[in-house]
Structures are given as C-alpha cells and as structure tokens.
Design a protein around this ligand. Sequence first.
Ligand SMILES: Nc1ncnc2c1ncn2[C@@H]1O[C@H](COP(=O)(O)OP(=O)(O)OP(=O)(O)O)[C@@H](O)[C@H]1O
Length: 640
Amino acid sequence: MLPAGANLPAHLAALNAAQMAAVTSPASVLQVLAGPGSGKTRVITCRVVHLIKSAKIDPSNIIVATFTNKAANEMKHRIQSMLGSELPSKLIIGTFHATCRKYLINYGHHIKLWPNFRVADAEERLRSLVNPSYSTSKSIIKKIIKKIKSEMDPGTVQARISHLKANNESAAFYEAGLMKTKKVVSEDIAKIYRDYEDELIAHNLLDFDDLLIRMVELLRKMPQCVGNIEHVLIDEYQDTNLIQFDLMSLLASARSVITVVGDPDQSIYGFRSADRRNLKKLLQCYKETETITLEQNYRSTGAILHSSLSLIEQETSRPPKSLQSTIMSGTRPTYRKLRDNRSEGTWLAREINRIVKRTGTMIHYGDIAVLLRSASLSFELERGLGRAGIPYRMAGGKRFFDRAEIKDVMAYLRLINDPSDNSALLRVINVPSRGFGESRLNKLIAESEQYHTSLWTSLKSFIGGNTRLCGRSEDKVRSTLGAFVRTIEGLEKMNGEAIDVLIQQIVQKTRYRQYLEAKNPHDFQEKLDNIKELQEFALDARLREDDLPDIGLERNTTCRTPLGDFLAHISLMSDLVGNSEETAGKGILTISTIHAAKGLEWPVVFVPSIYQGSIPHSRAEDIDEERRLLFVAMTRAQRK
Ligand SMILES: Nc1ncnc2c1ncn2[C@@H]1O[C@H](COP(=O)(O)OP(=O)(O)OP(=O)(O)O)[C@@H](O)[C@H]1O
C-alpha cells in the first residue's frame, strides 16, 4: 500500500481506498467481488497498468481475458492512455476465444491441429442462396437436420451441443451415456452431434467451443507454451464456464498468479453454460485467495440503486452485500402499467420526447437506452419511435459486417483464401451478375454433391466442358465464368499481399464498383465508403498481434498468410459493432437487448415489457437468472 499523501501516479490517483487495495494487492490470487457501477472495470484496467509500471512485469507476460471484443478494445485504449507508450500492444488481451486461437495458430501443430484451420462462426451471418452455407455452426447443423429428416430446431440443437462441449462431453461420450436412457430426442441430438463433429473435421473447422477444448488439450500437453505468463486477469468472472476455469488455471500454471473481477448478481449467461460455481471453485482450488469487495456505486442515484437492490435481494440464497450510492438520492424510478405492446410503444416515444424537451439540451436521445428482454419485442417500440421521429440505432442490429457490400467483399476474400469455401463461392458467383441464376446454381450444387467435390471443382469441370449445366447460351456462360475463375486464380496468387491492396484489386477486377453503381444509383458512394472503411480496418487490424512473444519454443510459421489471419480475426468479432455505427451514437437513442447492455451505462434507461412470459421469460429455466437480468437492466441507469 502506498503511504497516505504520497504523490500518486495517474493510474492510482482516481481510486477510492478499496479500489486502491485491489489494484495494488500483492496477493497471488485475488478476487474482486462488487456490485454494478462500483468500478470493477476501472480496477482491472488500473491493476494491469500497476503490474507493468510498478511491479515491472513485461506486458507480454500478462494475459487479460474479457467477455467481449468490445470490452477488450476499450480496456486496451484506457491502458494505452494511462501508460502513454507502445507497451500495451504486447499485452495478450482479448476474449478467451481470441486468445485461444492465437495460441492454437502458433502451437496447435503440437496437438496435430492443421495450422490453417478456420473458425466456424457461431451465428449464421452468411446469406445462403440455395443451399445452407457450409461454414457456420448453425448452417452445418441445419444441413444435418435436413439430411436425417429430424424435426428439431437448429438453434436449440446448436445450444445443446455447445452446452455439451462446454461441459467436456464429447459426441462419443454423450452417445454412450444415452444407451441407458433410450430417449428419442436425445438420440437425434447424438446423431447430429456426431455428424456435426465429422463435418467440422472434414472442413478443417473449429467452432467456438473447440477453440477452448483444443487449447486445454494443448496446455495439458505443452504447459511450456505459457511458461512466460506471470499474471492472468479475468473480467466478468461470474460468467465464465467450467472449461474456462480449467483454462484460467492452465494459463496461470507457471506462477499461479491470478486476478478475477466479477459480480455474482450479474451472472446472466447461465443459458450459455456460464457457471456461478466457479466463484466457489476458485476458493477451493486456491486456498490463498484474497477477496476484496467494493461497496461504493458511482453510477446510479440512491433511488435507482435502492430499487435495484430491493429486487435482487429477493433471491433468498444470495449472501447479503452492501452497496451505497455516492450520488444523491434522485427521483424514484417510474413504474408504468400499459394495456399492450402498442400503447407501450406510443407511451415510450411520448415520454422520451417529454424528457428531452423538459431538460432543454441537458439530455439528448443519445443519453437514452431502451433495454429489451429479447430483440423480437422491438417492433411496436420501433413503430412508436418512428412515428414520433426519434432517431434510434439497434445495438447488435444491422452491423457493419452484415452490410451486403461488406459481405460480398468478405466472401471474395474467403474464396481467394480457400476456393473450396462453398458458401463464399455461392455468395459471389453471380455478383456482379454472370448469367448464373438459381436453376444453374442448383445444378452445380447437385453435381458437386453427386461427386463429393467442392463447388469450385465442379465449376472448373463445367468450364472445362466436362459437364453441362444449361441449355441455351451455354458457351457464353462458360466463357463468363471462365473469366471469373481466372480472376480468382489471379487474385489467389496475390494471397500474401496486404489486405487493403487485395480488396482494391477485387473491386477493380470484378467490376464491383460498376455493379454497385448500377444497383444503387443513389447511395453507391456510401457503400464504397463502407468498403474503404473495411480497407482501413484491415490496415488497422494489427495482425502482428497474432505473434506471441518468443519464449524459445518451436512454433508454427508455415501456412499463415495475412489474409488467413485477417479472416480468422473477423470471424471472432461477432460482437463488434461497426465503427461508424458505434460512433454515430451521439444524438441517437439506443435499443439493445439487456444481455448486450452488460457493462454499459446511460443517464436514462427504459425497460419495457416487464410481465410474466417476457421477463421472466416463458422459456427460461432459471427464475433467479431472469431476476439478475432485470437487475442488470435497472443498474445501467445513471439518473432516471
Ligand atoms: N473512484 C471513482 N471515482 C469516480 N468515479 C468512478 C470511480 N470508480 C468508478 N467510477 C465511475 O463509475 C462508473 C462505473 O464504473 P465501472 O464501469 O468501472 O463499474 P463496474 O463495476 O465495472 O460496473 P458494471 O458491473 O455495472 O459493469 C463509471 O462511469 C466510472 O468512471
């Protein structure tokens, strides 16, 4: 602890006593448990700076695991501004998944992982033209469900498989366990699970769960990979799952020095296998753990905090916890009962305008958020806002990487990186138009399924005159597609060049600009700007970050190209909102799900549709988690 009155460095100056104790604690294992708005993010950020500045730990020997990419980026920014040097770029900071990927591309060959593996996105982000796309977890599952003629919902199966994986239950293990129960539904899952794993292997894909599972395997076999790590810090610890606990221990195996920061009352990802038992497990596995609690809330008025605490205190098994607001009491939160969703939408819009008007310019739309239990509730709300002329953005709505032109360019990049990427080819084979419509595409797909080849191979066979796909104008289509294949092959030879150059070549060589211009005469410039933004993003992506510090261990350097790294990077960014949308938030109201609002704050927050069936949700299995969800929503509010 520093002496009172000492001239404090910037990273310690703005801390209260408990925060200071947490930031400077010499404990080898430290858990900081604290309620919302108590400065947990501030503590973890300042602790990293403290470790680098005062404890003189090399940043490349520190791992920080965050819950989202967005949180990682924000933390990097804050650390950078406090350190004012280039040091933080050496920090290994990111989500568990991103960090695992980084290690697996460097050392995965030690566990017989193909070095050029791709990551299967959790979400289906690629529009499939005729067939489901091949490289997202959900689309692979959809395809298998169709094949085995099951009635199961792909989303439910995906969640179930993910849950099994997070609990270390392999397909074979699950199937063996089933022999005893003989449940038909579970038998379907077992079958899909097994086929799904086979598909992933066949396409050299790892899904998000595999990244963690394979990393555990790597570190069990080769703990030297993290032999340099001196400190592991975990943010949002209450939402880690069992495999992440194992990972944390393995990452810290060299020194067993760990800091975790979290709030059990904000554990809202149980449905995605987060396990609150990890809090107890830490104390059991690391007896020397020091616990520090933060009891001052800097975010919300006393009245908001009081209401929120009255709610969370209804959970009977919850240990009592103290949290006081540092802000005056303020007005009590408004509880409004409305007839139905439509009148709620109308009332909300009127109330929002009333608040903005009443406060003059003090509160603008950008200071207001409407937090929903599920995104599907937004329809009437959007109608109400639309009628009242209130500008809004959907957090996690139409994101940068979901825009058509970005998806097109990304598909071209993926095709160049790997011509056997069927979903990429499906997306761009007829963009710009090459006279290759749906019926020809169907024939191509049938052809490739019959001969078990990739679409690319079938396409080349068509161009070579070995197969027929169309009646009239066959020669013309063949020649147009021949030019397309040559363009891609030409671009393939450039794989190794900088990504922004590659993008420029794609736009030029495929005449994509002309295509955009013809298709969107009024706003093609905006779309070109988006592509420019992607180029800039590629420049900025700091791909060097994939290089881990040299710790004298043989690592894989073959088979890696800037393009492969860039694509993998992006597939791990599903929670990142595009830059321009993010910064355009000023003056624009935010609609978000409660889950996506984790860690954020606004002066004014509305939480509509609080009724049985919505929250608690009709399909929710854990009522306590539903209560915590409402608690998270309420504690995002600063003033009203
Ligand atoms: N010592 C402090 N003095 C003044 N403001 C503070 C202090 N600590 C934190 N804050 C402010 O309180 C707010 C909440 O802090 P922070 O986001 O770090 O809390 P948190 O515990 O991570 O919240 P949550 O659990 O809800 O995500 C921020 O606006 C932060 O700047």
